[in-house]
Design a protein around this ligand. Structure first.
Ligand code: T3D
Length: 261
């Protein structure tokens, strides 16, 4: 597929997906959603890919749904259909990927754009970036898993404040609130996230996938079930080549050479 609204590059074990409609602050269109779906499938099925790095081109990360499409139609759009087709699978795909997903938030992240970032496993934001639950300003509710993620990440009071007021939260505040991993100086964003992506791509990929699965599952599980899940996943992790290599490397006092198997 030839992409018009995103770009995808794969090298050194990392797939780099860039949202690329900078004139519209990378706002989503149905075409862009289709391309993202295609790119995520390509990254997921390419055995050489052991980490995904997501960012935006230009001064913004993503301004949510492209609102110009809303006014082009005489008939009201059924937004439920858009969620079923685009946003819900997007959130679930990112959270369910069996490789770590890093989001480098290079600028403003608004509406579904903010929540796309929060769906990722490790979110690093440029200090100038803003997170805005802009939905309330146009009579909508936070989507792309926003109502699920916000209270879990930031707590009830902050989730309510962000969603009902729609005020921008800056990157440092977002890090203080536990919404994201950290805020870095703008000029350090690319280097920091690229290094992190290459580090993760050289680690024990299967163990990382199990870790991600267990942490996500913990949000639904009572303790007893979670302990059983830990047992099952640890049993499987213990059978991987990378586990054997990790222990061997430790005992040999050398750097492990993980193969992602
Ligand atoms: O069917 C469905 O898709 C349902 C799902 C909905 C999910 C949602 O995401 S709803 C929320 C949609 N997003 C918003 O409401 C955010 C709208 N944008 C803004 O509030 C502001 O643009 C920002 C706070 C994000 C950034 O402000 P600022 O001052 O830095 O930039 P700007 O000047 O407003 O924007 C720059 C350009 O991008 C501008 O175009 P122009 O004037 O230079 O030609 C602006 O119109 C355009 N732009 C920004 N956001 C969107 C957009 N164009 C289309 N859609 C946008 N969402």
């Amino acid at each position: 597929m030839e992409y018009q609204t995103i770009s995808l590059g794969i090298s050194k074990g990392v797939a780099r997906l860039v949202l690329n409609r900078p004139d519209r602050l990378n706002a989503f269109t149905p075409e862009m959603h289709e391309e993202i779906r295609h790119a995520l499938t390509a990254a997921q099925t390419d055995k050489s890919v052991r980490c995904l790095l997501l960012t935006g081109a230009g001064r913004g990360f993503c301004a949510g749904a492209d609102l110009t499409a809303f006014s082009e139609n005489d008939e009201p759009i059924d937004l439920g259909d858009a969620l079923d087709r685009d946003y819900n699978p997007l959130a679930q795909t990112i959270m369910g990927m069996n490789i770590p997903v890093i989001c480098a938030v290079n600028g403003v992240a608004a509406g579904a754009g903010a929540n796309l970032a929060l769906c990722c496993d490790i979110v690093v934001a440029a200090k100038s970036a803003l997170f805005i639950q802009a939905f309330c300003k146009i009579g909508l509710i936070p989507d792309c898993a926003g109502t699920w993620l916000l209270p879990r990440l930031a707590g009830h009071a902050r989730a309510m404040g962000m969603a009902l007021l729609g005020e921008p939260v800056n990157a440092e505040q977002a890090a203080d609130w536990g919404l994201i991993w950290k805020a870095v100086d703008d000029e350090e964003l690319i280097e920091t996230t690229e290094k992190m992506a290459q580090h993760l791509a050289s680690q024990a990929t299967v163990g990382l996938a199990y870790t991600k699965r267990a942490i996500h599952q913990s949000w639904q599980n009572p303790l007893t079930e979670q302990l059983s899940l830990e047992r099952d996943l640890q049993r499987a992790a213990g059978k991987t080549e990378d586990h054997v290599e990790g222990v061997k490397a430790f005992l040999d006092k050398r750097k492990a050479e993980f193969k992602g198997q």
